[in-house]
Design a protein around this ligand. Structure first.
Ligand code: HEM
Length: 574
């Protein structure tokens, strides 16, 4: 049967044919594929980074013939269809099979090599660190996790990637859920240019100097005291608490104090008063989820339902910023309070003061909360979960704390706490098991490329370092999935135990490492020590399912525990 003839007869019978709208000949079947191949070649050559850039090349190539010839409806549809089919399949062919692809030799799952949607899906599930670990078990220390992205699981690469002369941050950093771009108007962590980052970081470093950290201690103590007042009442009533929820209130208030000198009152009220905590949490989820596809994020945040859920934190941060800026200015136009990061960001008391624009000041002060809140919450909550699943460790920590002096109100000194090795060991061990930022560390391989574990990775390739897999590897830590704080103490570590402290890097290292690290340690030590020494705690749920709880520990931008940690607390007689 001559099908062409039949189709042509069918078209000719249509009234549209006589108007010239359905005319078709073989040239469209050739033109579409040729245009598709040209578009794919140009996309490869120019690698557009934005959705508009990505769409412009194919659209321009496809529309070009229309400026030269006039087409019928069916000619257009046929050309478009064949154009898109060939464009999609040639992109796929290039990513999966072509020897000319620079990452052709690096193994990885087909779906990950084909599209970034693989990572987006893993982030949606909240388990990219776990899937990354499994991929390394299956494919080795270098795995392709995206069309132009590889994951590295090699402890000897931590220094070269993040250390003294670090690799540049990837484009994933050029987007934040709160609406940043990689310009000087954005917050510190999104700055990708080394020199620009160095200049901004200098301002931040002043805010976290030893003397500045001392100034912040009273408000950690105040918030912890507020929490203890709440817990004392709850203990008397014999009610259970969701420990993670209360830690959220505490840390959010502390971060609000740190950023803008006060204003949060979640701990006092025992609830998220403005919906800002939930909104921040949603924004962080969104940020992580969309960093796999920054152009997709820009579309997503325009959706009304998404915008609605990020609004409360933005509104809260804007209000806090404006209140702080207004209230802190004396008649001479000088900020008067030295006890918050805002003071330092503003550059008061420094010869290089007043460098930041209003936009950068707003973004940076907000970053104190976005960077410091949920990270610290997950670290503290996860440690309590470990201690409550292993009450001998809880008791051991209590005993160590009982040996420390307290002031007349029953509180520890920060200096004493910093010298307590077992407390340090417990915190390090919890962050080894669950580093609070396990996946978001994209970096670009420098020009000339690099060889990792015998595999060459060309310059320009995006990489992620498998922080979680490294700290859960038997090569670095014996019995890596168990909570064993003793491994951090040379006196208690067994002689034949694998222990590579450098493979656990919860704050990273080098010029981009966490600027709030020393503050976070100060806050974690004080909060954990006070609560453990003041209360006996036990898990409220009989037959608590720790495997199910572990499933709730999810990572998108930072680690979030998507469930409750119900605990019964009793005031100790001390
Ligand atoms: C347990 C708590 C914390 C952990 C585990 C943690 C972890 C990290 C990590 C891994 C980075 C590097 C991210 C990257 O390069 O992509 C980072 C950066 C950062 N962190 Fe933290 N963080 C914590 C607490 C804090 C606190 C309390 C603050 C308060 C200000 C803070 C503010 C920041 C900022 C501003 C950056 C960006 C630094 C830069 O780009 O120079 N973090 N943090």
């Amino acid at each position: 049967m001559n099908t062409n003839g039949t189709a042509q007869d069918f078209l000719q019978a249509s009234p549209l044919y006589s108007k010239g709208l359905l005319y078709l000949d073989a040239s469209e079947l050739i033109l579409g594929p040729i245009l598709g191949l040209v578009a794919q070649g140009l996309l490869r050559r120019f690698e557009p980074r934005s959705v508009s850039g990505f769409a412009t090349i194919p659209a321009a190539i496809f529309l070009l013939p229309y400026t030269l010839f006039s087409y019928t409806l069916i000619q257009s549809a046929t050309t478009l269809l064949t154009f898109l089919l060939v464009l999609a399949s040639s992109i796929l062919y290039y990513r999966l099979l072509a020897n000319s692809h620079p990452l052709h030799h690096i193994p990885g799952p087909v779906i990950a090599r084909s599209t970034q949607l693989y990572q987006l899906y893993q982030l949606y599930l909240g388990r990219p660190r776990v899937s990354q670990q499994r991929l390394h078990e299956q494919y080795g220390p270098v795995v392709r996790i995206g069309p132009n992205e590889v994951s590295i699981c090699d402890a000897s690469m931590l220094q070269p990637v993040f250390g003294g002369k670090p690799w540049q941050k990837g484009t994933a950093y050029s987007f934040t859920a709160s609406g940043g771009a990689s310009t000087s108007e954005t917050a510190l962590s999104s700055i990708r240019d080394h020199d620009e980052h160095k200049a901004r970081r200098r301002i931040w470093d002043r805010a976290f100097s030893i003397s500045a950290l001392k100034n912040y201690q009273p408000f950690i103590a105040l918030r912890v005291q507020q929490l203890c007042d709440q817990f004392d009442n709850i203990a008397i009533k014999g009610e259970t608490v969701d420990l993670q929820e209360w830690i959220h209130y505490l840390v959010f208030d502390v971060m609000t104090d740190l950023a803008w000198g006060g204003g949060g009152d979640a701990t006092l009220r025992g609830r998220d008063p403005d919906g800002a905590i939930a909104s921040l949490r949603y924004s962080l989820h969104l940020a992580g989820l969309t960093k796999a596809l920054p152009w997709f994020a820009k579309i997503l945040i325009q959706l009304p339902s998404v915008e609605r859920q990020t609004r409360e934190f933005k509104r809260f941060a804007k209000y806090m910023f404006e209140t702080r800026a207004a209230a802190g200015t004396s008649n001479e136009g000088k900020m008067t309070r030295e006890t918050d990061v805002f003071y330092h960001l503003l550059g008061e008391g420094s010869p290089e003061g007043g460098q930041l624009s209003i936009g950068a000041l707003q973004a940076d002060s907000r970053q104190v909360v976005t960077g410091g809140a949920d990270t610290t919450v997950s670290a503290i909550t996860y440690l309590f979960y470990c201690l409550l699943c292993s009450l001998t460790h809880y008791k051991k920590l209590q005993a160590a704390l009982d040996g420390l002096p307290k002031d007349t109100n029953g509180y520890f000194s920060y200096d004493d706490l910093a010298k307590l090795p077992f407390l340090e060991a417990c915190i390090s061990e919890a962050m080894r098991l669950q580093p609070p930022i396990p996946y978001q560390n994209q970096r670009i391989v420098p020009d000339g490329g690099v060889t990792v574990s015998g595999v060459f990775i060309p310059g320009g390739t995006n990489t992620r370092t498998a922080i979680y897999a490294l700290s859960r590897s038997e090569d670095n830590f014996t019995d890596p999935d168990s909570f064993k704080p003793e491994r951090w103490l040379a006196s208690e570590r067994k002689a034949n135990e694998a222990f590579n402290a450098k493979a656990s890097l919860p704050f990273l290292t080098g010029p981009y490492h966490c600027v709030g690290r020393n503050f976070a340690w100060q806050e974690m030590r004080y909060t954990i020590a006070t609560l453990v020494s003041r209360y006996d705690m036990r898990l409220a749920e009989k037959g608590f399912d720790s495997l199910a709880f572990e499933e709730l520990v999810q990572d998108r931008s930072v680690l979030e525990i998507e469930g409750e940690l119900k605990v019964v607390i009793t005031r100790r007689k001390t």
